[in-house]
Structure formats: structure tokens, C-alpha cells
Design a protein around this ligand. Structure first.
Ligand code: ZN
Length: 220
């Protein structure tokens, strides 16, 4: 049987609850294979039919099953929980900011090494320009300067909530917020755009780290 990703490639109709649960699991496996969700880190949530489907906290993201997914209402209140000791993601209040402030359709959190490394190379904002892959980020062309705000890490993920909210408000063109020596939060109008944004941003982060290693200024 085709994967949910394959099934949905050509369709525009909305997903059923079960399909959305399966899609969250499938994307978690993809992100694990990219190194974005190793060591139980990272996660994804998708808004579908007015509900938000969210992977649980502190579990092996590549082994998630559809019945492990939390379902929240549009305000972030838990409607369905999986039980069996699973906890709601610590990212939940952070994801909710992207849903509420940016009207996102999906939000993901990545512990990608590229995202982490790039925060050691910049101050308050990641900056790059003249990159073809910028075109994959809504609102940017190949010759623009693309910026992503960087917030400082905290001991507990939930304590990032206020600074992430502030960064979203102050950077209306960005579809992501980097967290110093930690990772990145990325969103899009739907899961496909969030995935595309995350892939393009990750490519740009990796490119910038490598360019700097070679003495090339990524903003020139
Ligand atoms: Zn994290």
C-alpha cells in the first residue's frame, strides 16, 4: 500500500482523523531518518479539521503508532489522549503560538545538527542571501536576504514560550525560530508547506555552516 504521503500527493481533500494520525507518525519517521528527531527529540503537529494532532513527549519518534497521538482543540486543550503513560509534548505551548499568531496548518520542531550548529555562528539572527533554495520559503526569492531569529535556550522547553512568541511577532517574514545550541521551530500553512520550509531552511543552515568553514560569507 502507498504511504499516506504518496496517497495525498495528488489530492487536495482533507484527511480523516486516522489518516492525520498516520501522517504524523510517517513524518516523524522521515524526520528521524534525517537526524531531526534522534534521542526522542523534535516532533511535529498537524492541524486538520479544526483539531491539532500532536506527537507525545520523550518517546522514540520513529516508532510512534497512530493511537499514540494527542488530539487538541484549536485553543490547545487536550481532547483525546492516548493513555499508556504518554505525555503531551513539552513543545505544545510553543506550537500553539505558531497556530494562533501565524495561522499555521502544521508546526514542527527539529533537533537537526545543521540548525544547532548554525546558532553557534550567528548572533540574534541567522542571515543568508543569493541562494536558490530560498525560493522554497514563502515570501523569498533567490536574490533576497533571508533571516531567521535566534532565541536563547532554556533548561526546560516550555520556558521558551515567551521568547518564541516575541520572536514570531518581531519577525513577520520568518516561518521559523532557531533556538541556540538546540534546534529550530518551523511552520507552514499546511503540513506540505511546513515540510518544504523545514527542508529548505535546513539546507540553508547547512550551507551557511559549510560556507563559513571555507571562509565564505553567506550574506554576500
Ligand atoms: Zn527541543
Amino acid at each position: 500500500m502507498d504511504s499516506i504521503l504518496e496517497q495525498k500527493k495528488e489530492k487536495t481533500s482533507s484527511l480523516t482523523s486516522q489518516q492525520t494520525r498516520e501522517l504524523v507518525c510517517e513524518l516523524c519517521r522521515n524526520f528521524y531518518n534525517l537526524g531531526w528527531a534522534s534521542g526522542t527529540g523534535g516532533g511535529i503537529s498537524i492541524k486538520e479539521g479544526g483539531k491539532i494532532y500532536m506527537a507525545p513527549s520523550g518517546v522514540q519518534k520513529e516508532r510512534l503508532k497512530p493511537e499514540d497521538i494527542f488530539v487538541l482543540d484549536a485553543q490547545g486543550q487536550v481532547q483525546e489522549e492516548p493513555g499508556n503513560g504518554l505525555k503531551l509534548s513539552q513543545c505544545s505551548p510553543l506550537f500553539m503560538h505558531a497556530y494562533k499568531i501565524r495561522n499555521a496548518g502544521a508546526v514542527l520542531h527539529s533537533h537537526s545538527l545543521n540548525a544547532m550548529m548554525v546558532t553557534t555562528q550567528y548572533g540574534s539572527h541567522f542571515k543568508i542571501r543569493n541562494m536558490e533554495m530560498q525560493k522554497g520559503v514563502e515570501g523569498f526569492g533567490a536574490f533576497d536576504t533571508l533571516e531567521v531569529p535566534i532565541i536563547e535556550n532554556t533548561a526546560y522547553e516550555c520556558d521558551l514560550t515567551d521568547s518564541l512568541e516575541e520572536a514570531i511577532h518581531k519577525n513577520p517574514k520568518a516561518h521559523a525560530v532557531l533556538v541556540r545550541r538546540h534546534g529550530v521551530y518551523v511552520w507552514g500553512k499546511d503540513w506540505k508547506q511546513a515540510k518544504t520550509h523545514a527542508e529548505c531552511y535546513d539546507y540553508l543552515f547547512e550551507a551557511a555552516v559549510k560556507m563559513k568553514q571555507m571562509g565564505i560569507d553567506p550574506t554576500v
